[in-house]
Design a binder for this molecule. Structure first.
Ligand code: G3I
Length: 352
């Protein structure tokens, strides 16, 4: 009896000491997210993954889902009509498996990063359909059972009009039919993967999100196999979750779709002051709170994690600092905001 008490006492002291030394907030995002049953992830660039141990270690510690920033795109994976390049994609799949991470597949049909041989190939409609089918079947089959969700179609809707994007190789060659076909081929190739439509500037209520909603509603009506909507969430500093985002999420999930935040970043005007970093943290916190509060939201992925590697400064002049670690892999206020959000969700008995 005395022995039992002693053991119990020691365990209690150990647990208290542990909690004091290692408060929940100091835990990596991955550990906190796993407790809440949600995925926290990042896009991964192949070069630093191969060459920079701190880049790799940070991913292993902080994330339980990853997505290739470029490696699965046509320009990377299909250098010629009859040639696939799977070295990088295989490497990434293995990295995810070794580290018990999930993987998102990005992306099977997109109007950007299409190889020259395809654009300039003068293929007929039938030939183009054959090439696309072969592409989707080959890749999705190769990684069958290993990809949690595919971004089957990316960015098919025009920003201004909410109609089909016409500056697209796929639309010009095949009309809007390619969307339905792509989802059907992906489902045939891997019935277990979740199939997503993914886009930017569709989080709130606007012409584009209206167009996306109409498209998804129509696909559902036609029994096209689609499971989810990806909100990329490339936003400017100052972004906050508003009623319009909840309304939009509500109508999408009413279509029986799951939702993932797939490419979040919050870009700052440079040079940034400390208030800007606090504002940025508020945006990340809002999105994490929003995602954790609804069971339809399965994952929150950031488009890279260190400001050392981000697409933002290349595309937006005098802008950057959009991620949760700085260029020296030090955490920023946005990182702590995500930790706090995950901890808070646990304490308030979140409904997940
Ligand atoms: O691979 C070539 C390399 O051989 C060459 O030397 C170099 C010279 O510029 O270019 C390299 O290709 C670049 C590629 O990234 C790989 O680094 C392309 O120029 C560059 O345009 C490409 O940018 C990517 C962009 O998509 C292309 O549209 C970004 O890294 C990537 O972050 C970005 O990701 C997209 C998502 O897929 C979809 N949503 C929007 C998001 C941001 O644009």
């Amino acid at each position: 009896m005395r022995g039992n008490k002693l053991i119990f006492g020691s365990i209690l002291i150990f647990a208290l000491l542990n909690a004091a030394i290692c408060p929940a907030q100091s835990k990596p995002l991955r550990a906190l997210a796993e407790k809440r049953g949600v995925y926290i992830g990042t896009a991964v660039a192949m070069k630093p993954l191969k060459n920079e141990p701190v880049y790799r270690k940070t991913i292993e510690r902080e994330f339980n889902i990853i997505v290739a920033e470029n490696a699965f795109k046509w320009s990377s994976v299909r250098p010629a009509k009859d040639k696939f390049y799977f070295k990088d994609t295989d490497r990434l799949v293995k990295f995810a498996e070794t580290n018990k991470m999930k993987l998102r597949g990005h992306t099977l049909v997109w109007h950007r990063q299409i190889p020259k041989w395809l654009i300039e190939g003068n293929f007929t409609r039938d030939e183009t359909i054959k090439i696309l089918k072969e592409h989707i079947k080959t890749i999705v089959r190769r990684y069958k059972g290993k990809i949690l969700a595919w971004d089957v179609v990316n960015e098919a809707i025009d920003d201004q009009t909410g109609k089909f994007r016409i500056d697209s190789f796929w639309y010009q060659k095949l009309g809007s039919d390619y969307i339905k076909l792509a989802f059907e081929w992906a489902r045939e190739a891997d019935p277990t993967a979740k199939l997503y439509y993914n886009d930017y500037s569709v989080e709130g209520l606007n012409a584009k999100s209206e167009g996306v909603y109409n498209l998804l509603q129509e696909l559902k009506k036609q029994k096209v196999p689609i499971d989810g909507i990806g909100w990329q969430m490339h936003v400017e500093n100052g972004f906050r979750i508003e009623p319009q985002h909840r309304i939009n999420a509500g109508r999408l999930t009413d279509l029986n779709l799951e939702l993932s935040i797939t490419e979040m970043d919050v870009r700052l005007k440079l040079p940034a002051a400390s208030e800007d970093l606090q504002k940025q943290a508020a945006a990340y916190r809002d999105v994490a709170d929003f995602c954790l509060a609804q069971t339809a939201c399965k994952a929150l992925l950031i488009w890279g994690f260190t400001d050392k590697y981000s697409w933002i400064p290349k595309e937006f002049k005098n802008t950057g600092g959009a991620l949760i670690f700085n260029e020296f892999y030090k955490t920023k206020p946005a990182y702590a905001a995500l930790q706090e959000s995950f901890v808070k969700a646990g304490q308030t008995g979140d409904n997940r």
